[in-house]
Design a protein around this ligand. Structure first.
Ligand SMILES: CC(C)(COP(=O)(O)OP(=O)(O)OC[C@H]1O[C@@H](n2cnc3c(N)ncnc32)[C@H](O)[C@@H]1OP(=O)(O)O)[C@@H](O)C(=O)NCCC(=O)NCCS
Length: 414
């Protein structure tokens, strides 16, 4: 079997080979908008071909920018289009493609690779670890009142009555088809400040590749503008009155904008519940509901998986929020590598050099991927038996050190 790079000429055979493992057909009608494979970058993809010339497996990569803690933008390969024909599964085709791809990515000078996993059991063996998480928040409309304390009561004065802080901005209701480049601009500003967010290259929006609101499927879009009229958030939704209003994604410059958009849909007449897809776990909206139990969290799952291809480069690239020093002993069995690094953080910047000092933590490269964006506490992985802590306090120090300014979150589907 040969693994070979593809070109534009391979597009048809690549897409047909890719769709078969998913049981899909290319000519099946898609939701209004381009099919998701319209965004494929054919100069980054691989095709596995048998000795007699039959294509049996595919793997691809997109060129994204990933926002690291500290609002640092880093190039990241977005691994995608992974499939092996059902007739050739469990014969090592994926393993061969992953090895080829990781080598390729390194040769291109890339130091981070990310993916969304169809199944959580596939990619850890290749060095990927879950790094951002997502959940679905369902709020019945009759229990949707928000209660934001206006001010804390002082001794001798009455405690402030829960109230909703007035929004100095405004919301305009638009249709997806009429939003033009507005969504692209608002998303792009948002993703630059949100750890774990990915860029959505222009060709995605232009071809409508992906899921709504990137796809131009019929949707209502609530666009939020600040007091000066500048768009600073949006929420795209579809309402299936009289039952459910489903929000595809909410993009907001800050929490107040998110609240204003949430209040807008929670006040929608003629629906019994509002479902917010893709809310980061622990989102403050749940705490803003007057009735804490009104918000039901479901579909709590992994989203973006991260793989470090160059550990010192990746660790020095992100921003850090406290000083500290850790010795990390990292195993990378898939690539047959092992390294011990002294990570020293001072004034928001890290230095990472090989060392032979005794380790504080021993971990697999997939676990380093999990903690890298600050969305997984190293102590959780110590308690799970994934990471070994060699001295008291090492896990707590790692928790504090790896933490981000806010939980990483990725909305982009690819
Ligand atoms: C997932 C898929 C790509 C795996 O390809 P493959 O060629 O069968 O994988 P390999 O033979 O290289 O398997 C490597 C190892 O992973 C394991 N593995 C692979 N896919 C697995 C799965 N879905 N569930 C459990 N284990 C899996 C294999 O058992 C093997 O383990 P071993 O090394 O201990 O023997 C293929 O089954 C497929 O196309 N599935 C449907 C489409 C899909 O889910 N694509 C992934 C999109 S993110």
């Amino acid at each position: 079997m040969e693994i070979r790079p593809t070109t534009d000429q391979d597009f048809d055979v690549f897409v047909d080979t890719l769709l078969a493992p998913f049981g899909l057909f290319r000519d099946a009608p898609t939701e209004d908008g381009g099919p998701w494979w319209a965004a494929l970058e054919m100069d980054r993809n691989l095709l596995a071909v048998t000795a007699d010339g039959r294509p049996v497996g595919t793997a691809g990569a997109y060129s994204f920018e990933l926002t690291l803690p500290g609002e640092i933008l880093a190039p990241a390969a977005g691994v995608t289009a992974v499939g092996v024909l059902p007739s050739h599964r469990r014969q090592g085709v994926l393993t061969a493609m992953m090895r080829h791809q990781l080598t390729d990515l390194r040769a291109r000078g890339e130091f981070l690779s990310v993916l969304l996993a169809s199944e959580a059991v596939i990619y850890r063996r290749f060095g990927y670890g879950p790094a951002t998480y997502t959940s679905r928040l369902t709020v019945p409309r009759h229990r949707a009142a928000l209660a934001l304390p206006r001010a804390r009561g002082t001794a001798g004065s009455p405690v402030a009555v829960p109230d909703v802080v007035p929004d100095p901005g405004s919301i305009e209701l638009m249709r997806r088809a009429d939003c033009g480049e507005l969504l692209e601009e608002v998303y792009d500003r948002y993703r630059r400040t949100q750890p774990g967010a990915l860029s959505r290259p222009h060709r995605w929006w232009a071809s409508g590749a992906g899921q709504p609101p990137v796809a131009r499927a019929p949707r209502y879009v609530a666009v939020h503008r600040d007091a000066d009229g500048v768009p600073d958030g949006y929420l795209s939704y579809v309402a299936d009155a009289p039952k459910t209003l489903t929000v595809d994604e909410t993009v907001a410059a800050d929490d107040a904008v998110f609240t204003a958009l949430a209040r807008f849909v929670l006040g929608h007449d003629l629906v019994t519940e509002v479902v917010f897809k893709h809310v980061p776990p622990g989102h403050p909206l749940r705490w803003q509901l007057a009735d804490f139990r009104a918000g039901q969290v479901t579909n709590d799952t992994d989203w973006l998986w991260v793989r470090l291809l160059d550990i010192p480069r990746a660790l020095t690239a992100r921003g850090w929020f406290m000083d500290g020093e850790l010795v990390l002993d990292v195993d990378d069995p898939f690539l047959g590598e092992h390294g011990r690094y002294l990570l020293t953080v001072q004034d928001g910047k890290a230095d990472c050099v090989p060392t032979d000092r005794e380790p504080d933590l021993s971990l697999d490269v997939s676990d380093l991927g999990s903690v890298y964006l600050g969305g997984t506490a190293p102590s959780t992985l110590v308690r799970a038996g994934h990471i070994r802590a060699h001295r008291a306090g090492a896990a707590a120090l790692a928790d504090a050190l790896f933490g981000a300014e806010r939980p990483p979150h990725c909305l982009h589907w690819f």
